[in-house]
Structures are given as C-alpha cells and as structure tokens.
Design a protein around this ligand. Structure first.
Ligand code: FDA
Length: 500
C-alpha cells in the first residue's frame, strides 16, 4: 500500500460531505473526497446512465443478485424484484434485525436515489429536531442557503391540477380531505419545467418513465449536479470514486491516517492506499460514519471516542402503507412526490408523503411514506466479526410509529370506504414497518460531538452528515442535513483556523 498526504479528507459525497468539500475548497484548503460508489455520468449500452424501476438491471443495486425494492410483491406475487448481476450499482439496502436501511451509493450519495422532496421543517418544530441550535440563524441564513444551492423548485399548481401524472396525488389529497386532513405541497429538486416538457413529449422522459430509486437519467438536480461540481470548481477539491475508507486512526504527529481500498465495478480490489491528513470530515452517511467511528473506538485506533457514539439513532418515524382505492390513481405517475398529508399539529405529529407507484398501468393503489414523531431510538454496537457497526432495533420499536400511521389511515379508509392493501409487503402486512429511507443519528450534535460536529479529544476530526441529527426531523431530512452542514462549516473553518 502506498501513502500520501493531503491537508483535508472528506469521506463520502452525500449532502454533509459535499457541503464540507465545497466550503473547504472555497476556503483554499486542498481536499480529497473519497466515495465508495461510482460517478454516475457514463451511459451504458442502452444509452442511459441508470436503469428504470420497471426494467431493472445490474445498475440498480450495490453488489446484489436480486433487486430489493421496498414493495416485495404485487397481488402477493413476486413480480417486482428481478434477478440481476452483482455490480457497483446505485441503491443499497443494509439489513439489520428488524430494520433494513436504504442508502444511495455513488457520487451524490442518497441524492441519486431519493424522491427529491426538499422540505424545510416548520420553525416551531425545529427546537425538537436539533435542540440547542440557533433557530433564527438556521431560518434566516442556512435553510435559505441550502435551498438555493440544492436548486429547490416548486410545481406550478395549475399544471399539477390538470396533468395525468399527478392524478395519484389529487386522489390522495381528496381522500385525505374527506377524513378532515389537509395536505401541503412540498418543493423538490427535480426540475418541474423539465417534467412539464416530459408530459408534452418534448424531451426524454425520466420522472414520467418510472425512474426514481435506481436513479434519474434526466431532470433531477442531484448533488453531482449541484454541490459536487461547485466543490470541484474551486480547484482545490479532488474526487476519488470506487474508493472505500476501510479504517481511520491517528498518527504520532497528530495527523489522521485514512486507509482506503479501491475496487473496479465488479468489486475486485485494484489498489489500497493510506491517505494522511490534518483535517478529517466524516460524511459517509449514518451507516458509513458509524462503521468508521465504532471500529476505531473498539479496535483502539481512536480509543478516546466516547460511548455516546452509536447512541440515539432513529428512522425518522418512517412507516410505509398502501390503500386499495376504487378510484383510478393513474397509469402514468411522476416518480417525484409533490404533496404530503399534513397532520403535524396532532398529538402525535404525522407528515405522510403521498407517494407514487409508477408502473405504467393502473393499479388502484394509494401509497404513502409516513413520517411520525416516534420517540423510539436504537443504538449501534461494533461487531468484531464483520468489522461493521450493527444496529440494535427491537421488534416492538416499530409499534409507536405504526400506531400513529394506522390512526391516521384508519380515518382515511373509513371516510372513503377503502381498505389497506396486504399484498405489497412480505408477510401479509398492511404496513412496511421494517425498513427506512431516513436514517438519522448515532453521532448526535451536542452529546457525541460538540455543537458543531467536532469530535471531543480529536482536534481536526469532524462529523458532518445525518448522524448528527437525533433520530427525527418531522419531514424529509435532506434540506436539514444540508443546512446543518453549511452552518457547521461556516463555524469550524474560521474558528479552528483550517488551512493547508
Ligand atoms: P448520504 O447517505 O447521502 O451519503 C453518504 C455517502 O458516503 C454515500 O455516497 C456512500 O456511498 C458513501 N460512503 C459510505 N461509507 C463510505 C466509506 N467507508 N468510504 C467511502 N464512501 C463511503 N430525503 C429527503 O429529504 N427527501 C426525499 O424525497 C428522500 N427520499 C429518499 C428515498 C430513498 C429511496 C432513500 C434511500 C432516501 C431518501 N431520502 C430522502 C433520504 C436522504 O437521501 C438521506 O437522508 C441523505 O442522503 C443522507 O445524507 P448524508 O449526507 O448523511 O449521507
């Protein structure tokens, strides 16, 4: 293995990591970004970078032989998931007992596979999301900055009201209203002007071609089109892909040693290198950051890490459910959600995204991803056999969130004469309660780290991703992850005198 030095290393290239890299680069700090997934910019033989959801291939999943879409079956039939070749694909699902966590792999992290919903939480809810963080500063400076940098835009309500591709959302709105629930439009990073052109048949289709969880070939402003090129454009940031950080430690001179392993798209190791740095920013997402920190603490390469690392994890109260509608929800459905049932003012707040189920034919299904204010928290412990952090989440820890979602959707069903679908989630269940899209926590701000993501006892070591947030954001999390990352960088770069 070779060894090299760079002033700053950023692990990962998702929201927290790409903000970190841009702000370091803009401050003149030479920075290396390390991402275990691919840079998704090269069309395959079919002319597309990504595959679709209805016709998935090896590009869909991170080294799996079967796709792992969140809905297992349709009419109890295994028609959704397909056999594929093992390859460095874009979506990963990491399975723990009672909880499966979906993550994106590639330059841009979760932004490559997510629904693009760009939601700023209400100011009133913020003190419960990130206790101790200056609310006014977030809402006057960092939320607006994050929205601007991410390219957030809103659907034209007139178009939305008439287009076939949001019939599912209009039905969802009307059904909610019958039960006395209001809905709220949510902004997105998908370019709605482009989507309108898709509907007119003027441009290649992406959101209207069943593309979302395996990547969007067009229209979506994922991080590889926003923060990452801005970071590279500073001239101080370099990016190394298909390169996984396998371990971190500290050298005698106080610099950090970052061990890396580079693979080809078939998973064969092509090289290994140790990168030494003065400043190390962990932005590998909750699972990646937990792996590195718990391994370092338990194997003794960073022995002074506190026991707080690994605590206070939550799935943002995620619960998926579906109703059997008798009204048509539309055979063409945009992959990008635009509306949520807004029950955030209830005793147990719920914000339920009205999700598409794009299939190119009429399914009469109303699908939802509910975000509930569940107080349940899990923790990570280190598994020496695999060298990975293992999530501890008990079989009944889903109950609170499931009950909150059930209370809401029982009312929606009663008001509309509809029932739950039991054929979509394995085990004949109405609720998809054993997986999440929104992992949050594990390196919580103000308990594991200081109030800006600094790791106590290790000057120059920072956490800057979703692991800082203690388990719940009330709405979809990436705008909050981005805004918090901006706030932290604005503080630590000048205060800690971060330079080459
Ligand atoms: P993120 O997970 O984005 O990035 C981490 C990166 O680090 C990944 O690219 C990973 O490959 C890399 N990495 C990990 N370990 C590494 C290592 N050891 N070495 C090198 N690289 C490593 N949110 C929202 O607000 N609106 C939405 O609509 C949705 N929808 C949605 C759908 C689906 C299917 C998913 C999976 C997720 C969402 N989300 C979402 C959630 C959102 O995408 C998520 O919260 C953020 O991506 C988390 O951002 P982070 O910066 O923490 O890491």
């Amino acid at each position: 293995a070779t060894s090299t030095f760079v002033p700053a290393v950023v692990v990962g290239s998702g929201y927290g990591a790409s903000v970190s890299a841009l702000r370091l680069g803009a401050a003149g700090v030479r920075t290396l970004m390390l991402e275990m997934g691919q840079l998704w910019n090269t069309p395959a033989a079919d002319g597309n970078v990504f595959c679709t959801m209805v016709n998935p291939d090896q590009r869909a999943m991170w080294f799996k032989t079967m796709t792992e879409a969140p809905l297992d079956t349709l009419l109890w039939l295994p028609v959704i998931n397909k056999q594929i070749n093992s390859y460095a694909g874009v979506l990963d699902r990491v399975d723990f007992p009672n909880m499966k966590v979906y993550v994106g792999r590639g330059v841009g992290g979760g932004s490559l596979v997510n629904g693009g919903m760009a939601v700023t939480p209400t100011k009133d809810s913020f003190p419960d999301i990130l206790p101790g963080v200056d609310v006014d500063e977030m809402y006057t400076t960092y939320y607006p900055l994050a929205n601007r940098m991410l390219g957030v835009n809103s659907v034209d309500p007139n178009w939305w009201n008439t287009t076939d591709c949001y019939q599912f959302a209009r039905v969802g709105r009307d059904d909610a209203a019958k039960a006395g629930f209001s809905t709220a439009f949510v902004p997105n990073v998908y370019d709605f002007d482009y989507m309108e052109q898709e509907a007119l048949g003027q441009v290649p289709k992406s959101a209207l071609n069943c593309e979302v969880i395996y990547g969007n070939n067009h229209g979506k402003r994922s991080l590889d089109k926003s923060y990452v090129p801005a970071a590279l454009g500073t001239g101080n940031v370099t990016l190394k892909t298909l390169t996984k950080v396998t371990g971190i430690g500290r050298n005698a001179d106080g610099t950090y040693a970052v061990n890396t392993s580079t693979v080809d798209t078939n998973g064969n190791t092509t090289s290994s290198q140790t990168v030494n740095c003065k400043y190390l920013f962990l932005g590998a997402g909750v699972l990646g950051t937990m792996n590195l920190l718990l391994q370092a603490r338990e194997t003794g390469t960073l022995p002074a890490l506190s026991q707080q690392f690994g605590q206070n994890w939550g799935p943002n109260g995620n619960i998926m459910t579906a109703r059997a509608n008798w009204k048509p929800t539309g055979s063409v459905q945009s992959g990008m959600p635009t509306l949520g049932i807004d029950a955030r003012n209830q005793a147990v707040p719920v914000f339920a995204e009205i999700a598409p189920m794009p299939a190119n034919f009429e399914l009469f299904i109303s699908l939802y991803l509910a975000i509930t204010k569940s107080p349940e928290r899990g923790s990570f412990s280190y598994d020496p056999t695999s060298g990975q952090a293992r999530l501890n989440w008990g079989p009944s820890q889903k109950d609170f969130a499931e009950n909150a979602a059930k209370t809401l959707f029982d009312k929606v069903n009663a008001a509309n004469g509809t029932i739950y679908r039991y054929d979509l989630f394995s085990g004949n269940r109405a609720f998809g309660d054993d997986f999440c899209y929104h992992p949050l926590g594990g390196a919580v701000l103000g308990s594991a780290t200081d109030m800006y993501g600094r790791v106590p006892g290790y000057p120059g070591l920072y956490v800057n991703d979703a692991s800082l947030i203690p388990g719940w954001t009330g709405v979809n999390p990436f705008v909050t992850i981005t805004a918090l990352a901006e706030r932290n960088m604005a503080r630590v770069i000048p205060t800690d005198n971060i330079t080459n």
